[in-house]
Ligand binder design. Structure first.
Ligand code: B12
Ligand code: SF4
Ligand code: SF4
Length: 416
């Protein structure tokens, strides 16, 4: 016999969701306490909208819909296939941002879902996809859609953590699904692999150290000690998911291939190699992928990004999640990535950025990158560029960066 819950879930799948579950809409007491503690510890960094008030609202579905009785949780998978082999001056983009903005993709489907729900069952419904004060992960976990990973993402049986979450808070009284009993067990791979130490406790992230936060949310100078750890990431970071065994299991079925991927991913994180997985993981048809069908950009040329104009930014990233970062932040991120991974050919570009970029934060990071390349490649040329930029530089912070970079870049006697 088809129950009302079966009907509701089928409707969700018909609207294009990979997973659909149901939770009750009672307050999330434990999660609220943990959220408040997290804020108390300052782990939200500059995300000033993450307040006590927000934690109160987010943990009570009835604060968003007075007549809330149930929450329908949904997930959309976004694996998207292999990370391409890194080219010399290529910057990495996190998978979730490879195509269309997920807020739009899930939002369209949720709006359709809500329309159809009203037609079959009446009721009042509000949908969210990171578009309001809702704890997407806590509700997903409560509904058994997945479990809380130690990397602080929700892991699902069928797609690992490569899923984006949304929910519908509804006045419909629906029988809730149980939470899953699965956990991470004794695994700690993500905590070990995270290059910046952002996962300093199991299940708890310090956003201030997370590459995703630093490249997307953080407006200002990236702490100097963290810059080398950013590698070539210019928008987001997938490291704690790429090394996660249950996340890779559904996508790379062959056990030996999966072991190679995980080993390579770990090396990649240490800057030793790039996971050239072309032979290890299956290709997928990107044309069919919900996020990737409209213009796929999995990697970006760092020198191009270093000089990105506002017009190019609007044109190139229209409709993608990348627009969350300001154009100058992308130029800043490109400078850091070039300092970490760039080759000698990018030195003149960094010199030009230091001399001409209108944004002082970008000039400061270009100065740092020149110092780092001088030391890494044992070249004198970047230091000459720093010296010649100093007299004309009027911004105190940029002058400091230039002076520190000159002090710290030690060259051996035979450097050219
Ligand atoms: C703020 C935010 C961030 C911040 C903070 C990340 C974080 N982990 O919270 C930053 C900028 C760092 C970030 C990064 C990323 N994000 Co984000 N982000 C959010 C956002 C907007 C709010 C999350 C939030 O409220 N955090 C506050 C803390 C307190 O919440 P929490 O992690 O759930 O805290 C719980 C745990 O600490 C847990 N806990 C504590 N102790 C213990 C102990 C035990 C035993 C257990 C079980 C649990 C537990 O309890 C707390 C309360 O529930 C959500 C969307 C939303 N509205 O929910 C997306 C969201 C979490 N992000 C998402 C994504 C995709 C990412 C990135 C993967 C993007 C990328 N590739 O760069 C990274 C992943 C980084 C990481 N390792 O988490 C997805 C995650 C999907 C999933 N499968 O889980 C979400 C849900 C967006 C969406 N709608 O799909 N993000
Ligand atoms: S996204 Fe990257 S920096 Fe952030 S916790 Fe995961 S591995 Fe660490
Ligand atoms: S890497 Fe291991 S500990 Fe981390 S989220 Fe995945 S299963 Fe959990």
């Amino acid at each position: 016999m088809t129950t009302r819950e079966d009907q509701v879930k089928q409707l969700g799948r018909d609207c294009g969701f990979d997973l659909v579950r149901i939770a009750d809409a009672s307050p999330l007491h434990l999660e609220r306490a943990r959220y408040l503690q997290w804020i108390e510890e300052g782990r939200q960094g500059e995300m000033a909208w993450m307040t006590h008030e927000r934690a109160e609202r987010a943990s009570a579905p009835s604060s968003l819909l007075a007549d809330a009785r149930s929450v329908i949780t949904v997930a959309l998978s976004y694996w998207g296939g292999n990370r391409p082999t890194r080219s010399a001056n290529g910057g990495a983009i996190a998978r979730y941002a490879w195509g269309r903005d997920y807020h739009a993709v899930l939002g369209e489907r949720l709006a359709q879902y809500v329309r159809q729900l009203s037609e079959i069952g009446g009721g009042v419904h509000r949908w969210y996809v990171d578009t309001g004060p809702v704890m997407d992960k806590a509700l997903a976990a409560r509904s058994g859609l997945g479990w809380y990973g130690k990397n602080t993402n929700i892991l699902t049986e069928s797609f690992g953590s490569f899923v984006l979450l949304g929910e519908i808070i509804t006045s419909l009284q629906l029988h809730p699904d149980p939470a899953t009993s699965r956990t991470c067990g004794t695994c700690r791979a993500c905590l070990v692999a995270c290059p910046t130490g952002a996962l300093d406790h199991e299940y708890r992230i310090d956003s201030r150290k997370c590459i995703s936060y630093l490249t997307i949310e953080h407006r200002g100078s990236i702490p100097r000690d963290l810059r080398p750890k950013l590698g070539n990431w210019v928008f987001g970071c997938d490291i704690c998911q790429d090394v996660c065994p249950p996340t890779m299991e559904p996508h790379i079925a062959d056990r030996a291939a999966r072991r190679r991927w995980l080993a390579e991913s770990r090396q990649y994180m240490q800057g030793a190699a790039t996971p050239d997985t072309g032979t290890h993981a299956p290709d997928i048809n990107l044309a069919d992928h919900p996020l990737l069908s409209a213009g796929r950009r999995t990697e970006v040329d760092l020198v191009w990004l270093l000089f990105l104009s506002h017009d190019e930014y609007v044109e190139s990233f229209r409709g993608t999640a990348i627009r969350r970062a300001k154009v100058w932040m992308l130029r800043r991120n490109a400078a850091v990535a070039l300092g970490n991974t760039g080759d000698a050919r990018c030195i003149p570009a960094l010199g030009r950025s230091l001399a001409t970029d209108e944004h002082p934060v970008v000039r400061a990071h270009a100065a740092w990158a020149l110092g780092r390349l001088a030391a890494r490649l044992q070249r004198r040329e970047p230091l000459d560029m720093l010296q010649s930029a100093l007299p004309a530089e009027r911004d105190g912070d940029v002058r400091n960066e230039i002076e520190r970079s000159l002090e710290e870049a030690t060259l051996s006697a035979d450097a050219g």
